[in-house]
Design a protein around this ligand. Structure first.
Ligand SMILES: Nc1ncnc2c1ncn2[C@@H]1O[C@H](COP(=O)(O)OP(=O)(O)OP(=O)(O)O)[C@@H](O)[C@H]1O
Ligand SMILES: [Mg+2]
Length: 357
């Protein structure tokens, strides 16, 4: 095996569930030590893609390789290289955290003593030493997630699949998990994580791949994705909102044809090319026209706007306050206020995107 073999590679991967195409020809490549964020709305095919890579679902077409090993023909080799935490924490409720880890260690062919030592070390690493003796049933959502991640790291995997690792976590637990993922990546672990959160992809991923309806619709660094939807936008606010039309007219007359007036925000926006020539021209034209201005600024589209533009769906919003997930057996509930916020943002983001387009 040469060092240039990518840690993760899929070639035209396809999966259908009956008549439902879940994954429609996904090709991706993740070099060793890189964190790839697989981003997409509900039902995009994220979990299905990860499950095929993790040998849990058999592809209908194409193939998936981990360090060059085929997930179907060489599933045993693949399994020895990977760790996986699913979208729903896969821990046994009825036994303690320690027992969960011990059993996974034994399943990985560790001896009794090694499994015991490793279980204790993991509990310590994930701040679960105190809770380690109690049944998992009484754990909060965040504790289950940490235990799940600990279990997936027991075999010291070279490649880690994390399916929506922070969904349902409060900000404190999320930050702790992000720190852990960064540390793993820093140590050379290759990570493929799925998320519905732009912010999470930007915080953790070296590169981002956006999928929707089972297809890759964009990929690159988060910066590249931003640039794809048009780069910075110049926004001009006249002193008198009544002058909006005059501002727009003056810009159009000067040949700056992409100017749009946004009545609600009382600004005229103009996409800027790479040179900044439009900026100089716009300010000069408006000075010549004698229209008093209150404010001129430029803004770069947010990743949320990129996501919306690409998928037509607003991205999920990270919970801003500590949500209590302890009552949720799967630790994956989205707090109701976050859903409300999400739908509120959908219309707001549409507004921004339209005026920026
Ligand atoms: N076991 C299954 N049986 C039938 N259909 C399935 C199955 N698993 C997934 N699907 C369908 O395949 C499509 C992709 O689902 P998948 O779970 O991969 O999406 P996802 O991107 O992980 O979504 P989410 O963000 O909601 O977790 C969806 O239309 C889903 O309903
Ligand atoms: Mg999923």
């Amino acid at each position: 095996m040469t060092t240039t073999t990518p840690a993760i590679r899929t070639e035209d991967l396809v999966k259908n569930f009956g008549d439902t195409p879940a994954v429609r020809g996904v090709s991706l490549e993740v070099p060793t030590g890189v964190v790839l964020g697989l981003l997409g709305p509900n039902g995009a095919g994220k979990t299905t893609t990860v499950r095929m890579l993790a040998t849990l679902t058999r592809p209908d077409g194409g193939r998936a390789l981990v360090h060059g090993y085929d997930t179907v023909k060489q599933s045993r080799e693949v399994r020895s290289l990977i760790g996986m935490t699913g979208q729903y924490a896969a821990v046994d409720e009825d036994i303690s955290g320690w027992e969960n880890l011990y059993l996974v260690g034994r399943l990985l062919n560790m001896g009794r003593r090694q499994a015991r030592t490793q279980a204790e070390a993991m509990l310590e690493r994930f701040g679960l030493t105190e809770a380690g003796g109690r049944p998992v049933r009484g754990y909060s959502g965040g504790m289950r997630r940490r235990l799940d991640l600990a279990a997936s790291l027991l075999g010291d995997p070279k490649v880690l699949f994390l399916d929506e690792p922070t969904t349902g976590l409060d900000p404190h637990s999320r930050n702790a998990l992000w720190a852990e993922v960064r540390a793993l990546a820093g140590n050379g672990t290759t990570v493929l994580l799925t998320t519905q959160y732009m912010e999470e992809a930007e915080a953790l991923a070296d590169s981002v791949m956006v999928i929707d309806h089972g297809e890759v619709i964009a990929s690159g660094t988060s910066q590249e994705l931003r640039e794809r939807i048009g780069g910075p936008v110049l926004r001009i606010a006249p002193e008198r909102p009544d002058d909006l039309a005059a501002v727009r007219r003056a810009l159009l007359t000067a040949g700056l044809g992409a100017a749009r007036a946004d009545e609600e925000e009382s600004v005229v926006s103009l996409p800027l090319g790479g040179t900044g020539a439009e900026l100089t021209a716009a300010v000069r034209v408006l000075g010549d026209a004698g229209i008093p201005l209150a404010r001129v600024d430029t803004r770069v589209p947010s990743l949320d706007e990129v996501f919306l533009t690409l998928t037509g769906t607003a991205p999920a919003v990270l919970p801003a306050d500590a949500a209590d997930t302890s009552a949720d057996p799967e630790g994956t509930a989205v707090p109701a206020d976050s859903l409300a916020e999400r739908s509120a943002r959908t219309s707001a983001d549409h507004e921004i995107t339209r005026s920026a387009a």
